[in-house]
Design a protein around this ligand. Structure first.
Ligand SMILES: *Cc1c(COP(=O)(O)O)cnc(C)c1O
Length: 369
Protein backbone atom coordinates (compact mmCIF):
# COMPACT_ATOMS: atom_id res chain seq x y z
CA UNK A 1 0.00 0.00 0.00
CA UNK A 2 1.10 3.52 -0.80
CA UNK A 3 2.64 5.47 2.12
CA UNK A 4 0.08 7.33 4.13
CA UNK A 5 -0.15 11.08 3.62
CA UNK A 6 -0.63 12.87 6.93
CA UNK A 7 -2.33 16.09 7.95
CA UNK A 8 0.80 17.13 9.85
CA UNK A 9 3.45 14.79 11.21
CA UNK A 10 6.79 15.25 13.00
CA UNK A 11 9.56 16.48 10.68
CA UNK A 12 13.09 16.49 12.09
CA UNK A 13 15.80 18.60 10.44
CA UNK A 14 17.91 16.81 7.82
CA UNK A 15 20.98 18.42 9.40
CA UNK A 16 20.36 16.46 12.61
CA UNK A 17 20.21 19.55 14.84
CA UNK A 18 17.86 17.81 17.29
CA UNK A 19 20.08 14.77 17.68
CA UNK A 20 23.14 16.95 18.31
CA UNK A 21 21.43 18.59 21.29
CA UNK A 22 20.22 15.22 22.58
CA UNK A 23 23.72 13.77 22.25
CA UNK A 24 25.17 16.68 24.16
CA UNK A 25 22.67 16.02 26.95
CA UNK A 26 23.68 12.33 27.01
CA UNK A 27 27.39 13.08 26.92
CA UNK A 28 27.13 15.43 29.89
CA UNK A 29 24.63 13.16 31.68
CA UNK A 30 22.10 16.01 31.73
CA UNK A 31 19.28 13.58 30.92
CA UNK A 32 16.96 14.93 33.58
CA UNK A 33 15.77 16.99 35.18
CA UNK A 34 16.09 20.35 33.50
CA UNK A 35 19.57 21.35 32.38
CA UNK A 36 21.04 23.51 29.66
CA UNK A 37 18.73 22.46 26.84
CA UNK A 38 15.74 23.60 28.89
CA UNK A 39 17.38 26.95 29.67
CA UNK A 40 18.56 27.27 26.07
CA UNK A 41 15.17 26.42 24.58
CA UNK A 42 13.42 28.98 26.80
CA UNK A 43 15.89 31.74 25.92
CA UNK A 44 15.94 30.93 22.20
CA UNK A 45 12.17 30.77 21.88
CA UNK A 46 11.72 34.00 23.88
CA UNK A 47 14.24 35.73 21.63
CA UNK A 48 12.59 34.38 18.48
CA UNK A 49 9.12 35.70 19.36
CA UNK A 50 10.37 38.82 21.11
CA UNK A 51 9.25 38.42 24.70
CA UNK A 52 11.13 38.78 27.96
CA UNK A 53 10.47 35.43 29.59
CA UNK A 54 9.41 31.87 28.89
CA UNK A 55 9.04 28.66 30.87
CA UNK A 56 9.25 25.26 29.18
CA UNK A 57 6.58 22.84 30.37
CA UNK A 58 5.46 19.27 29.76
CA UNK A 59 2.59 20.27 27.44
CA UNK A 60 0.68 23.18 25.97
CA UNK A 61 -2.21 22.12 28.21
CA UNK A 62 0.03 22.50 31.27
CA UNK A 63 1.00 25.97 30.00
CA UNK A 64 -2.68 27.01 29.83
CA UNK A 65 -3.20 25.60 33.32
CA UNK A 66 -0.27 27.61 34.65
CA UNK A 67 -1.45 30.76 32.84
CA UNK A 68 -4.82 30.46 34.59
CA UNK A 69 -3.07 30.15 37.96
CA UNK A 70 -0.82 33.07 37.11
CA UNK A 71 -3.90 35.28 36.71
CA UNK A 72 -5.43 33.82 39.90
CA UNK A 73 -8.31 31.89 38.37
CA UNK A 74 -9.86 29.81 41.14
CA UNK A 75 -12.97 27.95 42.16
CA UNK A 76 -16.15 29.78 41.24
CA UNK A 77 -14.52 32.13 38.72
CA UNK A 78 -15.76 32.55 35.18
CA UNK A 79 -13.36 32.32 32.23
CA UNK A 80 -14.35 33.34 28.71
CA UNK A 81 -13.01 30.80 26.23
CA UNK A 82 -13.16 30.56 22.45
CA UNK A 83 -15.85 28.04 21.49
CA UNK A 84 -14.25 26.79 18.30
CA UNK A 85 -11.09 25.06 19.50
CA UNK A 86 -9.52 21.85 20.74
CA UNK A 87 -10.67 20.72 24.20
CA UNK A 88 -7.19 21.35 25.66
CA UNK A 89 -7.99 25.08 25.64
CA UNK A 90 -10.85 24.63 28.08
CA UNK A 91 -9.86 21.59 30.20
CA UNK A 92 -7.52 23.61 32.47
CA UNK A 93 -10.45 25.92 33.37
CA UNK A 94 -12.14 22.84 34.80
CA UNK A 95 -8.90 21.73 36.53
CA UNK A 96 -9.11 25.05 38.41
CA UNK A 97 -12.77 24.38 39.32
CA UNK A 98 -13.71 27.51 37.41
CA UNK A 99 -16.57 27.85 34.91
CA UNK A 100 -16.05 28.39 31.18
CA UNK A 101 -18.36 30.55 29.09
CA UNK A 102 -17.90 29.82 25.41
CA UNK A 103 -17.56 32.70 22.95
CA UNK A 104 -18.52 32.24 19.31
CA UNK A 105 -16.22 32.80 16.34
CA UNK A 106 -16.77 35.05 13.34
CA UNK A 107 -16.50 34.09 9.68
CA UNK A 108 -13.86 36.77 9.15
CA UNK A 109 -11.23 35.13 11.36
CA UNK A 110 -12.70 31.76 12.46
CA UNK A 111 -11.51 32.91 15.90
CA UNK A 112 -13.20 34.75 18.77
CA UNK A 113 -15.84 37.22 17.60
CA UNK A 114 -15.30 40.64 19.25
CA UNK A 115 -19.05 41.39 19.19
CA UNK A 116 -19.86 38.10 20.93
CA UNK A 117 -17.14 38.88 23.48
CA UNK A 118 -18.69 42.31 24.18
CA UNK A 119 -22.07 40.68 24.60
CA UNK A 120 -20.66 38.16 27.07
CA UNK A 121 -19.19 41.01 29.14
CA UNK A 122 -22.72 42.42 29.46
CA UNK A 123 -23.77 39.22 31.20
CA UNK A 124 -20.73 38.08 33.16
CA UNK A 125 -17.64 39.30 34.99
CA UNK A 126 -14.87 36.89 34.01
CA UNK A 127 -11.46 36.50 35.64
CA UNK A 128 -9.70 35.86 32.30
CA UNK A 129 -10.27 35.51 28.56
CA UNK A 130 -8.66 32.78 26.43
CA UNK A 131 -8.46 33.52 22.72
CA UNK A 132 -7.15 30.96 20.20
CA UNK A 133 -5.31 31.41 16.89
CA UNK A 134 -6.70 28.39 15.08
CA UNK A 135 -4.70 26.71 12.33
CA UNK A 136 -2.16 29.55 12.55
CA UNK A 137 -4.68 32.30 11.67
CA UNK A 138 -4.60 35.16 14.13
CA UNK A 139 -7.66 36.42 15.94
CA UNK A 140 -8.72 40.07 15.65
CA UNK A 141 -6.39 40.95 18.52
CA UNK A 142 -6.62 44.76 18.54
CA UNK A 143 -10.37 44.59 19.08
CA UNK A 144 -10.19 41.74 21.58
CA UNK A 145 -7.37 43.38 23.55
CA UNK A 146 -9.27 46.68 23.66
CA UNK A 147 -12.34 44.94 25.10
CA UNK A 148 -10.24 43.11 27.71
CA UNK A 149 -8.46 46.36 28.66
CA UNK A 150 -11.75 48.21 29.00
CA UNK A 151 -12.94 45.58 31.47
CA UNK A 152 -9.52 45.18 33.06
CA UNK A 153 -9.43 41.41 32.45
CA UNK A 154 -6.23 39.57 31.47
CA UNK A 155 -5.97 37.96 28.04
CA UNK A 156 -4.37 34.55 27.50
CA UNK A 157 -3.46 33.67 23.91
CA UNK A 158 -3.64 29.99 23.04
CA UNK A 159 -1.03 30.06 20.28
CA UNK A 160 -0.57 26.26 20.37
CA UNK A 161 -1.20 26.12 16.62
CA UNK A 162 0.28 29.47 15.65
CA UNK A 163 3.95 29.53 16.62
CA UNK A 164 5.60 31.81 14.06
CA UNK A 165 2.37 33.49 12.93
CA UNK A 166 2.37 37.26 13.09
CA UNK A 167 -0.44 39.71 13.79
CA UNK A 168 0.40 43.18 12.41
CA UNK A 169 4.08 42.26 12.47
CA UNK A 170 4.17 40.84 16.00
CA UNK A 171 4.26 37.18 16.92
CA UNK A 172 1.01 35.68 18.17
CA UNK A 173 1.36 34.59 21.77
CA UNK A 174 3.21 37.80 22.70
CA UNK A 175 0.43 40.40 22.48
CA UNK A 176 -1.81 39.33 25.36
CA UNK A 177 -0.80 39.09 29.01
CA UNK A 178 0.23 35.45 28.57
CA UNK A 179 0.79 33.24 25.55
CA UNK A 180 1.17 29.50 25.24
CA UNK A 181 2.76 27.29 22.57
CA UNK A 182 2.53 23.54 22.06
CA UNK A 183 5.16 21.15 20.72
CA UNK A 184 2.86 18.17 20.45
CA UNK A 185 3.61 15.70 17.66
CA UNK A 186 1.33 17.27 15.05
CA UNK A 187 2.23 20.93 15.63
CA UNK A 188 4.39 23.03 13.29
CA UNK A 189 7.46 22.07 15.32
CA UNK A 190 7.48 19.29 17.87
CA UNK A 191 9.51 18.03 20.80
CA UNK A 192 7.44 14.78 20.82
CA UNK A 193 5.38 16.54 23.46
CA UNK A 194 5.77 19.77 25.38
CA UNK A 195 4.70 23.35 25.77
CA UNK A 196 5.84 26.84 26.66
CA UNK A 197 4.30 29.69 28.62
CA UNK A 198 5.52 33.18 27.70
CA UNK A 199 4.96 36.65 29.13
CA UNK A 200 6.63 39.99 29.67
CA UNK A 201 5.79 39.62 33.36
CA UNK A 202 9.08 38.08 34.48
CA UNK A 203 8.01 37.81 38.08
CA UNK A 204 4.93 35.74 37.25
CA UNK A 205 6.90 33.48 34.92
CA UNK A 206 9.38 32.89 37.77
CA UNK A 207 6.42 32.01 39.97
CA UNK A 208 5.12 29.54 37.36
CA UNK A 209 8.59 27.97 37.15
CA UNK A 210 8.40 27.47 40.93
CA UNK A 211 4.90 25.94 40.85
CA UNK A 212 5.73 23.70 37.90
CA UNK A 213 8.80 22.33 39.72
CA UNK A 214 6.72 21.01 42.66
CA UNK A 215 6.72 24.34 44.56
CA UNK A 216 9.90 23.53 46.45
CA UNK A 217 10.67 26.27 48.95
CA UNK A 218 14.27 27.37 49.40
CA UNK A 219 15.34 25.01 52.17
CA UNK A 220 17.65 22.04 52.59
CA UNK A 221 14.72 19.80 53.58
CA UNK A 222 11.72 19.36 51.31
CA UNK A 223 9.38 22.13 52.28
CA UNK A 224 6.25 23.33 50.50
CA UNK A 225 4.16 26.32 51.32
CA UNK A 226 2.17 26.17 48.06
CA UNK A 227 0.54 23.51 45.88
CA UNK A 228 3.03 22.11 43.38
CA UNK A 229 2.92 20.61 39.89
CA UNK A 230 5.30 18.31 38.05
CA UNK A 231 5.00 20.20 34.78
CA UNK A 232 8.61 20.91 33.67
CA UNK A 233 10.00 19.86 30.32
CA UNK A 234 12.83 17.34 30.37
CA UNK A 235 16.29 18.26 29.13
CA UNK A 236 16.13 15.65 26.35
CA UNK A 237 12.80 16.91 25.08
CA UNK A 238 14.07 20.50 25.19
CA UNK A 239 17.01 19.42 23.01
CA UNK A 240 14.58 18.36 20.29
CA UNK A 241 12.89 21.73 20.67
CA UNK A 242 16.13 23.69 20.22
CA UNK A 243 16.83 21.81 17.02
CA UNK A 244 13.29 22.24 15.73
CA UNK A 245 13.30 25.97 16.43
CA UNK A 246 16.12 26.29 13.90
CA UNK A 247 13.85 24.95 11.16
CA UNK A 248 10.64 26.75 12.12
CA UNK A 249 10.95 29.27 9.27
CA UNK A 250 11.64 26.45 6.81
CA UNK A 251 8.49 24.66 7.97
CA UNK A 252 6.44 27.84 7.57
CA UNK A 253 7.80 28.34 4.05
CA UNK A 254 6.75 24.82 3.07
CA UNK A 255 3.33 25.15 4.67
CA UNK A 256 2.79 28.48 2.90
CA UNK A 257 3.63 26.69 -0.33
CA UNK A 258 1.09 23.95 0.42
CA UNK A 259 -1.59 26.55 1.11
CA UNK A 260 -0.78 28.42 -2.11
CA UNK A 261 -0.95 25.15 -4.05
CA UNK A 262 -4.46 24.45 -2.76
CA UNK A 263 -5.56 28.04 -3.25
CA UNK A 264 -4.42 27.97 -6.82
CA UNK A 265 -5.96 24.57 -7.49
CA UNK A 266 -9.37 25.47 -6.04
CA UNK A 267 -9.45 28.99 -7.44
CA UNK A 268 -11.98 28.07 -10.11
CA UNK A 269 -14.20 26.04 -7.76
CA UNK A 270 -17.21 28.10 -6.67
CA UNK A 271 -18.14 25.65 -3.90
CA UNK A 272 -14.74 25.67 -2.19
CA UNK A 273 -13.43 28.54 -0.06
CA UNK A 274 -10.01 28.67 1.54
CA UNK A 275 -9.72 29.59 5.23
CA UNK A 276 -9.82 33.38 5.75
CA UNK A 277 -6.53 35.29 5.76
CA UNK A 278 -6.87 38.90 6.88
CA UNK A 279 -4.68 41.85 5.86
CA UNK A 280 -3.09 41.90 9.34
CA UNK A 281 -2.22 38.23 9.16
CA UNK A 282 1.10 36.51 8.41
CA UNK A 283 0.04 32.95 9.25
CA UNK A 284 2.32 29.97 9.81
CA UNK A 285 -0.17 27.97 7.66
CA UNK A 286 0.01 25.09 10.17
CA UNK A 287 -2.98 23.49 8.44
CA UNK A 288 -4.68 24.43 5.19
CA UNK A 289 -8.43 24.34 5.71
CA UNK A 290 -11.37 24.83 3.39
CA UNK A 291 -15.11 25.17 3.65
CA UNK A 292 -17.41 23.62 1.08
CA UNK A 293 -20.98 24.31 0.04
CA UNK A 294 -23.35 22.71 -2.44
CA UNK A 295 -23.75 19.04 -3.24
CA UNK A 296 -20.39 17.77 -1.98
CA UNK A 297 -20.19 17.50 1.82
CA UNK A 298 -17.07 17.53 4.02
CA UNK A 299 -17.71 13.85 4.81
CA UNK A 300 -17.55 13.00 1.07
CA UNK A 301 -14.14 14.64 0.85
CA UNK A 302 -12.84 12.92 3.97
CA UNK A 303 -14.06 9.51 2.78
CA UNK A 304 -12.61 9.93 -0.71
CA UNK A 305 -9.21 10.90 0.69
CA UNK A 306 -9.20 8.17 3.34
CA UNK A 307 -9.84 5.64 0.59
CA UNK A 308 -6.48 6.69 -0.87
CA UNK A 309 -4.79 6.44 2.53
CA UNK A 310 -4.72 10.22 2.92
CA UNK A 311 -5.46 11.64 6.36
CA UNK A 312 -8.08 14.34 6.52
CA UNK A 313 -10.10 15.77 9.44
CA UNK A 314 -13.07 17.97 10.17
CA UNK A 315 -12.60 21.40 11.74
CA UNK A 316 -12.58 21.29 15.57
CA UNK A 317 -16.03 20.46 16.90
CA UNK A 318 -17.19 23.49 18.94
CA UNK A 319 -17.02 23.14 22.71
CA UNK A 320 -20.71 24.00 23.25
CA UNK A 321 -21.59 20.93 21.13
CA UNK A 322 -19.40 18.55 23.16
CA UNK A 323 -21.20 16.12 25.48
CA UNK A 324 -18.91 17.02 28.37
CA UNK A 325 -19.10 20.80 27.91
CA UNK A 326 -22.64 21.40 26.66
CA UNK A 327 -23.84 22.23 30.18
CA UNK A 328 -21.83 25.48 30.11
CA UNK A 329 -23.10 28.72 28.62
CA UNK A 330 -22.33 29.78 25.10
CA UNK A 331 -22.62 33.29 23.71
CA UNK A 332 -23.04 33.40 19.96
CA UNK A 333 -25.06 32.93 16.80
CA UNK A 334 -23.97 29.49 15.65
CA UNK A 335 -21.00 30.61 13.55
CA UNK A 336 -18.61 28.07 15.06
CA UNK A 337 -21.14 25.34 14.24
CA UNK A 338 -21.40 26.54 10.63
CA UNK A 339 -17.62 26.48 10.22
CA UNK A 340 -17.43 23.04 11.81
CA UNK A 341 -20.18 21.62 9.61
CA UNK A 342 -18.77 22.95 6.35
CA UNK A 343 -15.04 22.71 7.03
CA UNK A 344 -12.25 20.27 6.24
CA UNK A 345 -8.57 20.28 7.29
CA UNK A 346 -6.56 19.21 4.27
CA UNK A 347 -3.29 17.29 4.45
CA UNK A 348 -0.64 19.92 5.22
CA UNK A 349 2.36 17.80 6.06
CA UNK A 350 5.70 19.53 5.56
CA UNK A 351 7.04 16.36 3.90
CA UNK A 352 4.36 16.37 1.19
CA UNK A 353 5.52 16.19 -2.40
CA UNK A 354 3.89 17.95 -5.35
CA UNK A 355 2.69 14.54 -6.46
CA UNK A 356 0.88 14.07 -3.15
CA UNK A 357 -0.65 17.53 -3.40
CA UNK A 358 -1.77 16.75 -6.95
CA UNK A 359 -3.42 13.53 -5.74
CA UNK A 360 -5.28 15.36 -2.97
CA UNK A 361 -6.53 18.07 -5.31
CA UNK A 362 -7.59 15.61 -8.01
CA UNK A 363 -9.38 13.36 -5.55
CA UNK A 364 -11.38 16.31 -4.28
CA UNK A 365 -12.13 17.79 -7.71
CA UNK A 366 -13.40 14.44 -8.99
CA UNK A 367 -16.22 14.65 -6.47
CA UNK A 368 -17.69 17.56 -8.42
CA UNK A 369 -17.60 15.70 -11.74
C1 LIG B 1 -2.51 21.16 20.61
C2 LIG B 1 -3.35 22.21 21.24
C3 LIG B 1 -3.34 22.44 22.62
C4 LIG B 1 -2.66 21.55 23.61
O1 LIG B 1 -1.34 21.37 23.50
P1 LIG B 1 -0.65 20.04 24.09
O2 LIG B 1 0.79 20.35 23.99
O3 LIG B 1 -1.08 18.90 23.22
O4 LIG B 1 -1.10 19.88 25.50
C5 LIG B 1 -4.07 23.49 23.12
N1 LIG B 1 -4.82 24.27 22.33
C6 LIG B 1 -4.89 24.06 21.01
C7 LIG B 1 -5.73 24.99 20.19
C8 LIG B 1 -4.18 23.02 20.41
O5 LIG B 1 -4.30 22.79 19.10
Amino acid sequence: MRDRIYISSPDMSYEGYEMAYIKEAFDTNWIAPLGMNVDGFELELAKKVGISSAVALSAGTAAIHMALRAVNVEEGDIVFCQDLTFSATVNPIIYQHATPVFIDSDHKTWNMCPEALEKAFEQYTPKAVIVVHLYGLSADLDKIMAICKKHNVPLIEDAAESLGSKYKGRYTGTLGDYGIYSFNGNKIITTSGGGMLVSNDEERIAKVRFWATQSRDQARHYQHSELGFNYRMSNIVAGIGRGQLKVLERRITKKRYINAYYENAFHDMEDISMMPINPWDEPNYWLSCITVQGKVKPMDIMEALEEKNIECRPIWKPMHMQPFFEKYHYVGDGVSKEIYESGVCLPSDSKMTDKALFTVVNTIKELWC
